[in-house]
Write a protein that binds this ligand. Structure first.
Ligand code: ZN
Length: 506
């Protein structure tokens, strides 16, 4: 006969998995809305999505979850925090408590402000008018303070918000690693900016026909191991990756006929996210052992394939002949070395989403430092644009003359996403540290890439990261895989190792 805790565990898993099935139906409709939906159908779709959101909310706050968890808390199934049953109980308990702590009135106020905020942000950005957005930004941070206080924290208020994206991570730890990264990166970027050696980036701005771009991007995604049997690639204005089921991962991109990099590297990036999703254990679909561990780890997978693999010389030793065949007019007379230098162009710029592999991290640092100060109420909202520009000058040596290309460029704060930005830089740091360990375990990867062999690396990532779902926190994973806590050293060594010879640095 089944014991009480075994029945409770089965019931909890069934309920949670069914919630995931419903959420996947919501995701399918949302994917369709962003890729295929005829304009006149938008209102009907919004009605469907609102209904589903209500149903999902009711299932996620079902009182029975608390009852099941109460039975399971001290049961043998919860004893091992890192095995699948312990992970189910630990993570669902964490999520359930988080929901209980937030008063319904605050949740609704946050949702309303995010909706108004995004609208105000779009308008303010179009008119380059920070003043009209400032009151909503102030309101957003006021509510995020209330949210953090309701959730509770030990050391820093920011911890409570960071926990939503990077569970278990601490602000102090992230701040320490990112400050070390900044100290090493600011001088490296300055040295590169001062170098007389520059790539010819006009190579990438020739004419690249869209069908040939799509063919090459698919070949790249397939080569690194994104399964088109279990996934699709479609076109959207803002690229993303979404999972609709254990064998159904959708990635999207946008094509620019006059810029090679946006679609090709965008597809490698999203395929990296997709390979992670496709590598999660399907038998735990919809439950914590079958889900990605954190945004930072997710981003480590996309950045690893996009940058550490996709911008390596070895990768292009394999694929460049195909690229030349696909674009004979644009690349036929361009050498591999010229192309390789162009795709590794590093230069300070104002806009995060267009930034290169190295300076990107400084864009993130600026946002991370500012949002901590805003959350702590250490900086008046009216002074944020000036503080933004001062930091760009200090870290990147450039200054924006418009707020549209400055403080108004990102959607995150207007949508109430505070604590999200550092996960992008964490992704780059995790990726480099994992890559170093993969080379220790698998031998030099460059020669493998040059032969078109990407499966050993993908299988290594699968075994060490994907298969664990949420059984280990991000920081535990880093420690378990590499034997060390997260450090800035590996990313700096990677960037210096690649960029110093290209730019003739010492
Ligand atoms: Zn990403």
């Amino acid at each position: 006969m089944k014991k009480d805790h075994e029945t409770a565990f089965d019931d909890l898993c069934r309920h949670t998995r069914e919630t995931a099935l419903l959420a996947a139906a919501e995701s399918a409709l949302a994917w369709d809305e962003r890729t295929m939906l005829p304009p006149a159908a938008a209102e009907f779709r919004s009605e469907q999505l609102t209904l589903l959101a209500g149903m999902l909310h009711a299932r996620r706050t079902d009182k029975r979850i608390g009852e099941w968890l109460a039975i399971l808390g001290d049961s043998p199934l919860a004893a091992n925090l890192h095995d699948p049953s312990g992970t189910v109980i630990r993570e669902l308990q964490r999520q359930y408590e988080r929901r209980l702590k937030l008063p319904q009135s605050l949740v609704e106020e946050l949702a309303r402000t995010a909706s108004l905020g995004q609208h105000a942000w779009e308008q303010a950005r179009a008119k380059d008018d920070y003043g009209t957005f400032a009151p909503l930004l102030a309101k957003t941070f006021e509510l995020k303070r209330a949210e953090a206080d309701a959730l509770g924290y030990q050391a820093a208020r920011y911890d409570a918000l960071l926990d939503d994206y990077e569970p278990g991570e601490r602000t102090a730890n992230v701040a320490r690693v990112l400050a070390s990264l900044r100290e090493a990166l600011v001088p490296l970027v300055a040295e590169i900016a001062a170098s007389k050696k520059k790539p010819d980036i006009s190579i990438l701005q020739r004419e690249f026909s869209l069908p040939a771009q799509e063919t090459l991007a698919r070949r790249g995604a397939e080569a690194i191991g994104f399964s088109f049997e279990r996934g699709r690639l479609d076109v959207t204005a803002h690229p993303f990756c979404t999972t609709l089921g254990p064998k159904d991962c959708r990635i999207t991109t946008r094509y620019d006929e006059r810029f090679f990099s946006s679609a090709f590297f965008g597809v490698l990036h999203e395929a990296g996210h997709g390979i992670y999703e496709q590598g999660l254990p399907a038998e735990w679909y919809g439950l914590p052992p079958g889900e990605a561990v954190s945004l930072g780890i997710h981003e480590s997978q996309s950045r690893l394939w996009e940058n550490l693999v996709g911008r390596s010389r070895a990768f292009w030793q394999h694929l460049y002949p195909d690229a030349q065949k696909a674009f004979p007019a644009a690349l036929g007379q361009t050498t591999l070395e010229e192309f390789y230098f162009a795709i590794n162009d590093v230069r300070p710029s104002l806009v995060r989403v267009e930034a290169d592999e190295a300076t990107y991290n400084l864009h993130i640092l600026i946002r991370f430092e500012l949002e901590q100060a805003m959350l702590a109420d250490e900086i008046p909202i009216a002074d944020v644009p000036a503080a933004w520009n001062d930091k760009y000058e200090e870290y990147l040596g450039i200054r924006s003359h418009s707020d549209a290309d400055g403080v108004l460029q990102d959607v995150h704060w207007s949508a109430g996403l505070v604590g999200y930005f550092p996960t992008y830089a964490l992704g780059n740091l995790y990726a480099s540290q994992f890559f170093v360990q993969a080379e220790k375990d698998l031998g030099a990867l460059g020669p493998q890439f040059a032969r078109g062999e990407f499966a050993p690396l993908r299988e290594w990532l699968n075994k060490n990261i994907h298969q664990h779902g949420q059984c280990y926190s991000a920081s535990d994973l880093v420690q378990k895989i590499t034997g060390k806590p997260l450090s800035h050293d590996h990313l700096i060594a990677h960037l210096r190792g690649k960029l110093a010879p290209l730019y003739g640095l010492n």
